[in-house]
Design a protein around this ligand. Structure first.
Ligand code: AMP
Length: 411
């Protein structure tokens, strides 16, 4: 019977999942994938095969569906469609591992409570990430659960890259630049060699441009700097998030504009970025469709590109140059014009777009003798499946050596 692992990515209104077969020391193999969308309301369920063909879909319930209901629906579906598989573990995408976790960890009560304690640092993500973990603990307490963190990959950064110029006591209390999208950057770092072996030891900037967006400088495949900081608000503008702003704007919002802290937070997280500047949409496809006739839509794109260009310059200064620029995530992988505009702004580096390759969405989209530019589709779930495999293996080998089962522990 084949062992399988479910990878869960729980958001405020969705539960995305991928099922991987454990292939021993080889790469985990994707078996199927899907999502429950509309959690909190009458949610819908869809399961797809590896080629994205729909295998099953329908309504979970007409009434409000909780995260726990969504999870139970998924478990029920998987049980009915077992197909000779044994579920051996669940891997969870968890946005914040704080200072405690520089790698994946098996969840127990102590780990769970430490992850809850980090919720104020990622209020819009962390509580949702933890809901399915709690539901599985209640319903299937013996099933190993592994938390995999968006912050962990950045723990290799030099201390200086993680510091704010605040009084030292703030650092001691965890007020530092954590960085996010680490599972995506870890995947890209692991995939570079398949595209061009010379990139592996090189100076690489990865632009993860999706609804959430950030950039990361990789040296020797390790994160040395990134644009997101204490929270996933920092850095470049995003779909609905503002990116870096002068912190005094927040005092102004609170004191002069009389917004409450929750309202100010809501503006910065959900009403800003591409949506806020365009007044139209957070969806790049809609902005592109309207850019010729809607000046605000065009300006939102211009600001997005401008800030990304600026951050690439800053990351290049830290890297001491640039060997390759990688585009990934929804906009990075799909928006031909965004890639072309960013590369055009970087012409001074010797980077030059290959318009035909860019239009065709080929992996290598640059030409000439300067730095190269690539499209590499990200695969955060595969990184989680690999991490689950590694944690289970190391628990097995520890139990072999000590005769006891290892659970949890910081890495
Ligand atoms: P993600 O968060 O990675 O799913 O990315 C979501 C973003 O990718 C949204 O802004 C979408 O508009 C954008 N996106 C997805 N597909 C395309 C496409 N074909 N062209 C332009 N933007 C796209």
């Amino acid at each position: 019977m084949a062992s399988v692992v479910v990878v869960l990515n729980a958001g405020s209104s969705s539960l995305k999942f991928k099922l991987f077969e454990d292939c021993g020391d080889a790469e985990p193999r994707l078996v199927l994938q899907g999502a429950i969308e509309g959690v909190g309301g009458p949610a819908r369920f869809a399961v797809r095969d590896t080629a994205n063909n729909v295998l099953d879909e329908g309504v979970v319930a007409e009434s409000a569906v909780s995260h726990e209901d969504a999870l139970l629906h998924l478990v029920g579906w998987l049980t009915r469609h077992k197909d000779g598989h044994t579920l051996v573990a669940v891997g969870h995408r968890v946005v914040h591992g704080g200072d405690l976790y520089a790698g994946p960890v098996r969840v127990d009560d102590a780990v769970l409570s430490s992850l809850h304690a980090l919720a104020p640092l990622a209020p819009l993500h962390q509580p949702h990430n933890l809901k399915p973990i709690e539901a599985i603990q209640r319903r299937m307490p013996d099933l190993p659960q592994i938390a995999c963190f968006d912050t962990a990959f950045h723990r290799t950064q030099p201390e200086i890259a993680q510091m704010f110029a605040l009084p030292r006591s703030f650092w001691d209390q965890g007020v530092k630049r954590y960085g996010f999208h680490g599972l995506s950057y870890q995947y890209i770092a692991s995939a570079l060699g398949q595209y061009e072996p010379r990139l592996v030891p090189g100076r690489v900037i990865v632009a993860h441009l999706g609804n959430g967006a950030s950039l990361c400088a990789l040296k020797q495949g390790q994160s040395i700097a990134t644009t997101m900081g204490f929270s996933a608000l920092d850095g470049v503008p995003m779909g609905t998030r503002c990116g870096a702003i002068d912190p005094a704007v927040i005092f102004h919002m609170l004191r002069s504009m009389k917004l409450g802290p929750e309202e100010a937070e809501r503006v910065l997280y959900t009403q800003s970025g591409l949506l806020g500047v365009s007044g139209l949409s957070n969806d790049m496809r809609k902005l592109r469709a309207n850019e010729a006739t809607n000046a605000c839509a065009r300006q939102a794109i211009d600001l997005f590109i401008y800030r990304i260009t600026r951050e690439i310059g800053a990351l290049m200064a830290i890297l001491g140059g640039l060997d390759a620029l990688i585009f990934t995530a929804g906009i990075g992988e799909n928006d031909v014009a965004t890639r072309a505009e960013i590369i055009a702004n970087l012409g001074w580096t010797g980077l030059a777009v290959d318009a035909v390759a860019n239009q065709a969405g080929r992996p290598l989209i640059s030409m000439g003798t300067g730095p190269t530019a690539w499209i590499i589709p990200t695969n955060e779930e595969l990184v989680i499946a690999r991490q689950v495999r590694d944690v289970l293996r190391s628990a097995q080998s520890q139990s072999k050596h000590s005769g006891s089962v290892a659970a949890g522990g910081t890495t």
